[in-house]
Design a protein. Structure first.
Lengths: 612, 612
């Protein structure tokens, strides 16, 4: 089925997203306005993104000493995206937004990721601006956020440093009050920043008039000391070019310098940078400071010491975004290999004694193993898409539901976000490998699209929190928080689906029972992991735990989808088949993963370094 | 442990390869001569291969219209490899060979694959020449094979065509008798070939004086018809440049033209080509034929119709070679990520309530999940290496053992070869992905080696018979042949290991029992797959069957290695740890794979095309 068919089914037949229109915030919307948004995004993705996916892979970003050079198609795609209005899809009408549910925004953005994930469609800019809307001053919103929503400026998130990737408590970027200017700038408490930030996507380019960096840094005390751990981290707005209160460029550049481009395995359409803040390449004078104010000018957001909390405020959406990107790469490979399998002749039907040389050649889609590889991709990709849209729907519940709905949605999101981020990163990457395999030798060449999907997708287990970090978050925090309420709530939702499925037919009942067992097993493993209350023992197998947890969640999602696909249309039969595949081929894998969790297996943790 | 430490351990402490020296063929050899060969290869690989692995990835083969241009390091590496004598490692002393056991040859070649798999170390040339030694005439051996062993000529295997990859019965290359010249050429029955051959590695280059193509083609009858299926396939020697009976170049070029270079995801150091045979780019006149003899000149090898059988004669070694390449890529990534993990500081120890901000940073090798990813790589890579060397040892048994040993070795190889080829292709690729993961964002850049290993390794599930083909071979032929004698023999060997392990200690006994259960389960699944005697049902889940079979074989190999590692040296404790890992984390996976085999699950096979 086409992406659009699947998206429409999930949004309407399954998630009943139109029900959101009964809420005040979305009252002006209807199926028609939602469809119009999807139509527009589908069209732009088809015309301005997909045809250039290989171009941006081959014409990597380059730095000529002054500017970052990107292929023209990137600017075209950016302009088309800006023109679509999607940057302010979720914003209020009165600031020019479309006031759309996040579910629709996420679904619409999926088309761009499917067309070309690395040309990029403004996720960072929107995340940046959303953060300012939540925690910035009115002037910061006006000067920075609104210009990001309009596409005039773009935004980045500057967290990692060369020596500090997953361990943000170890960042060394420093922010010191900007002397006499400190309290006088209407844009916020004014600091000077010095430090290096690594892995900054869209960190430098000429696509927009200005770049708004949101930078994590530590504020030293009078003795030059900082608070250890994440509590010492603050957040700053550091524009590439200085602006006035009307958000016009002053003509002066801030001291943010491109120190290098990262040359990556994939995702090459997105410029990824090492940035130097305040090293003097573009010195900014402060009146009356005699050069003491050296450093990049930054405006504090909110309160000191709250930087990471503000950053993580938007983390759920950011991680859903990564999961969605992984998902769309998985589906892009699925569609490509499905097309290929339908047209490539190879081999003959298997009969007793071998292949039948008298038969005409079959197309490879007629071979059971090719079907297995296609069905696995469908189960991974469409399952992941369903999960991401489910999570997006929870975001809407959190923002617009009543108090109880909102609280439950928040809690469910806490538990599901590590899965929404990690599961597609792992399994849609596997899907891309299967897409290559279906193409045979051709899939290993750059003449076909699938090898690039596989390379692009390999990033998703790394950025926005590695697989290992997600697993620690899940087993070390999320299933424990509020005395396990999140896990309990998820179990209730899963059990409700099981109850619905049991009476509906033989097959759904079998699946429901298998899911019930899996859920019980995950619950037991959670308890046994923590039964000694020793974090090092509980968390030694956090990743296998997350894999099993993820497969259980996906089995639930597939059962949900199955219950929405009971008619015998070709599309619904395909979805039921994929659900069947997931229950037969995938869910049983959890047993091997949970074995080591339940026994708190210390084989890995106890390995001596000199024995490797 | 270093590759050399592991190789030495496997060859001597485990496989007792010195015992081969008691056989007449290897009587002149000793531990010292074996060590000298390994020393030489280790040194050349370190000096001429490893430093240039990135170079050959970046400087892809290019065609200037006349010649294929390769980076200079490729010629240097080729020359050094030729000078090592490894091309004739296994040949008789009296033709200038080293008369080495294949086990030593395979182990020595492993160093080159670890250094740079795609610079290539003559595997195709040796395979080509070996085939001629087995099936060629004395003159064909002298003129072609001996010059390949000396490195003057290189060799290719031309099987696939653009429209026929896995289905060789559908090749369309034609060979017609060369008129009056047919029976008069001392080099063999002379044919003219026309057709296109795809995916031909080392198909064109200037590394050697000449290239000896071994080409599969069909001989039409007087009506122009060919025998359908593989029985119509014959084998031809088609030199790039024509030679005289003294193997000197005549100065005339044969009609073999480079039609294109394949631009691949990885393995870029090896030129991979589309070749046109007999399309007239380099016409070769035959005296007295008035141009009727157009086509590339080819000399028949052996008998007509036996081409595929001859080609497959060498298939075991070729597939062990692929498995070994995959293995060495896996280990190369393991060593790189182990180094990185030992030196990269990141994060802090986990204590109750989270991470301990007061502790100094740990190196990432101290984190349990990093250890898990290292131990998995070790278990995959060293386990695969042990399997490959075990299979190589069987090749020696087959060639130099007594009648019963030889017959059993032959049969075991039939069963094990699909695993030796497929298992490392799948799991050492996974190892490479883990090596990237350990490097975090850095692993995703081309500044580190690991992304290239991952790209290079993706080929191995495709070439020399795809994963799907290996699985059909295993479940459709190998476990059935000679009334299941191969499978029975393997089970006997595994049971012998189990018997040895049971009394040796608590841990080995636990592993032995787990292995016994797994073996029983595989046996049962084999029976149940075929219980309806319907090939389409039995083979619908051939790949999951092969995955489970492979994991069971590897568990056996790890138990074998464990039994050879009972002392408490750091290296032996590491091996026992890896065995433990395999039994705890990996072997339990077989259950999910075998479920669908035992039930002859037709979920995939029954999926309707319009439901995808």
């Amino acid at each position: 089925m086409s992406l659009r068919t699947t998206v429409d089914f999930l949004l309407h037949d399954w998630l009943k997203v139109n029900e959101l229109n009964q809420r005040e915030r979305f009252a002006d919307h209807s199926r028609e306005t939602f469809d119009a948004v999807l139509d527009t995004c589908e069209r732009i993705a088809r015309d301005k993104f997909a045809p250039f996916n290989r171009t941006v892979d081959v014409q990597e970003p380059a730095f000529d000493g002054e500017k970052v050079i990107l292929p023209e198609c990137t600017q075209d795609a950016h302009n088309a995206y800006v023109a679509s209005g999607m940057l302010s899809a979720a914003q209020d009408f009165d600031i020019g937004g479309m006031q759309l549910p996040y579910t629709i925004e996420a679904a619409a953005n999926a088309f761009f990721a499917c067309g070309s994930v690395s040309i990029g469609a403004g996720m960072l800019t929107v995340g940046n601006a959303n953060l300012l809307m939540a925690h910035g001053t009115e002037l910061q919103k006006k000067v920075f956020a609104l210009n990001e929503f309009s596409g005039r400026f773009t935004g980045t998130m500057c967290l990692s440093e060369p020596q500090a990737g997953s361990s943000l408590s170890d960042i060394t970027t420093r922010a010191t009050p900007d002397g006499e200017e400190f309290g006088t700038d209407p844009l916020g408490p004014r600091y000077r920043l010095k430090g290096n930030k690594m892995w900054i996507s869209t960190g430098d380019h000429e696509l927009s008039e200005n770049i708004v960096h949101l930078v994590l840094a530590k504020i030293p005390d009078a003795q030059g000391k900082t608070i250890p751990g994440v509590k010492g981290i603050s957040l700053f707005i550091v524009p590439k070019k200085l602006v006035d209160l009307e958000s016009q460029l002053t003509g002066e550049r801030n001291d943010v310098a491109l120190a290098g481009l990262n040359h990556k395995l994939g995702w090459r359409g997105t410029v990824n940078t090492l940035l130097n803040f305040g090293e003097g390449k573009y010195p900014v004078r402060s009146p009356g400071l005699n050069g003491k104010g050296a450093g990049a000018i930054g405006y504090l957001v909110g309160l000191p010491g709250q930087g990471l909390r503000y950053m993580f405020h938007m983390m759920n959406e950011a991680r859903i975004g990564v999961g969605m990107a992984a998902t769309m790469l998985g589906l892009a490979g699925y569609y490509a290999s499905l097309d290929y399998a339908k047209s490539r002749p190879q081999g003959r039907p298997i009969i007793a004694g071998g292949k039948d040389p008298a038969s005409p050649q079959t197309r490879i889609i007629e071979h059971a193993d090719i079907k297995r590889m296609l069905l696995a991709q469908k189960a991974y990709g469409e399952g992941a898409l369903a999960l991401e849209l489910y999570c997006a729907r929870l975001v809407d519940e959190q923002h617009t539901g009543d108090a109880q709905q909102a609280d439950e949605a928040r809690l469910l999101l806490e538990v599901l976000t590590p899965i929404a981020k990690s599961w597609p990163s792992e399994w849609c990457l596997e899907a891309n490998s299967l897409a290559i395999q279906i193409h045979g030798g051709y899939g290993y060449t750059r003449d076909y699209a699938v090898e690039q999907y596989w390379r692009d997708n390999r990033l998703n287990m790394i950025h926005e929190g590695t697989h290992g970090i997600q697993a620690l978050d899940l087993l070390g925090r999320k299933v424990l928080m509020e005395e396990g309420r999140g896990l309990k709530l998820l179990a209730e939702r899963i059990n409700a689906t099981i109850e619905r499925a049991l009476p509906l037919g033989k097959e759904t009942a079998v699946h429901a029972n298998a899911l019930a067992q899996a859920l019980q097993r995950v619950g037991r493993a959670t308890k046994m992991a923590w039964s000694t209350d020793v974090p090092a023992e509980a968390l030694a197998n956090a990743v296998p735990y997350m894999q099993a947890f993820g497969h259980t969640v996906l089995a639930w999602i597939w059962l949900e989808v199955e219950l929405a696909s009971l008619s015998d249309s070709a599309a619904n039969m395909g979805r039921r088949h994929a659900a069947h595949f997931f229950f037969h081929y995938e869910l049983p894998k959890i047993s091997a993963w949970l074995n080591v969790v339940e026994t708190r297996d210390m084989t890995c943790a106890n390995m001596a370094e000199d024995s490797f």
